[in-house]
Structure formats: C-alpha cells, structure tokens
Design a protein around this ligand. Sequence first.
Ligand SMILES: Cc1ncc(COP(=O)(O)O)c(C=O)c1O
Length: 460
Amino acid sequence: MSSAQVADPIEIDRARLAALIEREGATYRDRHPKSRAAFEQGGAHLLGGVPMTWMRMWAGGFPLYQDRAHGAELVDLDGNRFVDFCLGDTGAMAGHSPEAAVAAVTRRYAEAGGATTMLPTEDASWVAADLVRRFGPTHWSFTLSATDANRWAIRLARQLTGRPKILVYSYCYHGSVDETFVVATPDGPRSREGNVGAPVDPRETTRVVEFNDFGALERELGAGDVAAVLMEPALTNIGIVLPDPGYLDAVRSLTTEHGCLLINDETHTFSAGPGGCTMAWRLSPDLVTIGKSIGGGIPIGAYGLSAELAERIVDDKEAELVDTGGIGGTLAGNALSIAATRATLEHVLTDAAFERMIGLADRFTAGVRNIIETRRLPWTITQLGARTEYRFCPQPPRSGGGSAAAADPELDEYLHLYTANRGVLMTPFHNMALMCPATTEAHVDTHTEGFAAATDELVG
Ligand SMILES: Cc1ncc(COP(=O)(O)O)c(C=O)c1O
C-alpha cells in the first residue's frame, strides 16, 4: 500500500475546467451516436432509462452501451475500443470472460446441465478450502452477491452475540445493507443522504465512527450493544483510505475486549493480494465476506466464519438455518456460480496473477504520481495492491468524512470524459483503476499518457 502528496500545489482554474468539460462532452457525444440513440430510444420501460439505476453514473449524459469485452478490453456499440480499468467496479477483476471460467460455465451449463437444482456440487468443497487458504475462516457459505454475504453475516453475528447493533465506518459501502447507511457528523450520527425507504432510522441499528479514530471506536464499543464491527480493512468506496499503522491491531483488540465480532468485508480489498488484506496484513477477523470478482463475472458472494462460531450457530436450537430463518436464498450456492468460482480461483486469480497485477498497479501509481508532482497538482494517489485511485486533496485522506470532503464532481467529469475520449475507462463512481490478469504495461501507459495530456491542458 502506498500514497503520495505534493508540497506547494497549484490552484485549479475553474473557468478553464468548465471550458474543457464542454469540449470533451461534445467529443464524447460525437464519438458515441449509437450508444446515445440506444439510451434515448431504448429506456422507455427501464427504471431511470437503464437496466440498473447506477448505470446512469457515467459522465457525458448517457452511458456507453457495451458490445463485447474480453480480458482488459471492452468494445462499445459504436466500435470504440477501451482499456478497461473499471472492470465492472471489481466484478470483473478476473478480466472479462476469462477462458477458464468460460470453459467451466460452458461445461456446467451446456454439457453437464443443471445451473440451479438445490443440490450441492463437489466444486463447492474445493472453493471453500481455497477460501480457507486465502482468508482464514474455516467454514464458508455462499450467496449471490456481496450485499447478501454482509446481510447474512450481520444476522449471524446478532444471533451469536445476542446483541442488537452493528458498528460501521462513516462513508463505508457494503452493498445495499440497511444498517450501513449512516454517517458520522459533528452533531452525531445521521442517515446517509438519499437513503431510500429506510425501514427504521439507521441510528437504531447502527453505531458509526470515522476510520482511524481509535477513541471513537473505544467509546462506541463501550456501550456493550454491538454484535459486530463490519469493516473494509482499508476504505475503498470513498477513495482509498488506508489504516494508520497499528489501527487494525487496535480494532482487533478492542472488539475482542468488548465481546463483539469482527467482520472483514474483502469484496474490494481483495485487490491487496490472493487473500486480500486479511492475508497480506495477517489479520484475524471472526468472519470474512466477499463477492463480485470471485466468480469471474458470474454472480456469487461468500461468507466464512471460524470453526468455533460455525459450531455454535449450527448447534443453536433457536437459529433456523435451513428454511425460513432469514439466512439463505434459492439460487445461492448454485452449481453454475460455484463452477465459475472454482475456475476463477484455481486458474485466473492465482497467487502469480496477483503478483503481476500488483506490479502493474505499481507502474500505474508511479506514472500518475510523477504527473501529480511535476504539475504540482493538489491531488494524491493511493494504492492498495492491484487497485489504485487518485483523489483531489493534497494529502491522503485518513477517514471517510475527510475523503468525502475532497469530492470534486467537475474534476471527475473532466477526467472521465477526457480518458474515455482517448480509449480508457475509469470507474464512474470515483477515479479508481483496477488491474486484471490480462492488463498489460501498454494498457497502463495508455492511461498515463492520457492523464498527462488531460492535466497539461488543465494547468495550461
Ligand atoms: C466493500 C463492498 N462490499 C459489498 C459490496 C456489495 O456488492 P454487490 O453490490 O455486488 O452486492 C460492495 C459494492 O460495491 C462493496 O464495495
């Protein structure tokens, strides 16, 4: 993990930025007539005009429509080819349609048949054993999304501890989990802005603190009502916020001392290495949750817990685990997802692949850092293994609240348009670039050149 900062930064000229956005927006519209027409004419019966409302996040007024994608590259409806650093916001960290996953899915779906039967397949034991090797917890179960892995882990934590609340970090994101939409403010916790149809005020279910704030964590856990701390070992959904030295040890000690469980959500921090931050930093959470990438693009999530917790929950006479107790789903653990996951873990997101991906992220980070420094931009770049992200603040943020304050939608729009117009896709929600096993040095350099040109125009 690493981050950088510039002394004596310049100020961004907002008038120049507005003019550049205007110009790049026009280029974007010119380059994508088919995507634009598909959006304007095809959205009549789609909520928000798109298959899933987040797909409206792309800069330019309409999303690119995907034609095809393989490895680290994607081609849109107009035939434009892109180096893809968004990678489905981590869902495609294995690269698009990796060969081994294609073969496993074809075998299971077309040849053997039976995508979803409510029966186990032998691949599941292999996958669970590999997740043990990577993340530590010894007993695993499957979901169809990281969101559900977190939901069910939270339910299990409540059942196991008999406590009502969870604790999360301000500006965290763990999927559409009701309990997590709460932020810390100087006036106390409040529901996160825009929280849709919350079942109850999240302050009833959740305690919230800023990342890296040891005192706040100690205070909140002291109330004795927290079943589990649900955390990413480094925040990744509000830029990347790295833990201060010793902070994660302190979290582990405090949670143990206060009798609450620790859940590491490794869905994004998996980028840190073959076993995410948990393996890379020798962490020892009670539960681990993960999703998105492990199925090579086929939906799956997973949660694992220690042998001791697994035994207690299975033996708990009041916990209905095999029917309508609130844990489980009809298609969860289905043969197709499991086959894709085995192939992805066994052949694609291997230890060797991570080594390469992290080397490429080092190259990406060094290139961007050099540009930030030589142009004296008031920005930073922070890397977490195969994932790296620039943020519009002169110092690396230490908390979600601090990072949220550095949001700059205009700069986001400009850089996303500029890079998209030159064949590079960045994650629309932020400025994250993720490497996959098919990413090359040439891909990285394409971004570095585009970023240099974009910033040169910006600073004049
Ligand atoms: C850390 C983390 N956990 C969980 C999720 C939820 O993933 P999904 O939307 O695939 O359920 C996300 C999504 O961005 C995430 O970033």
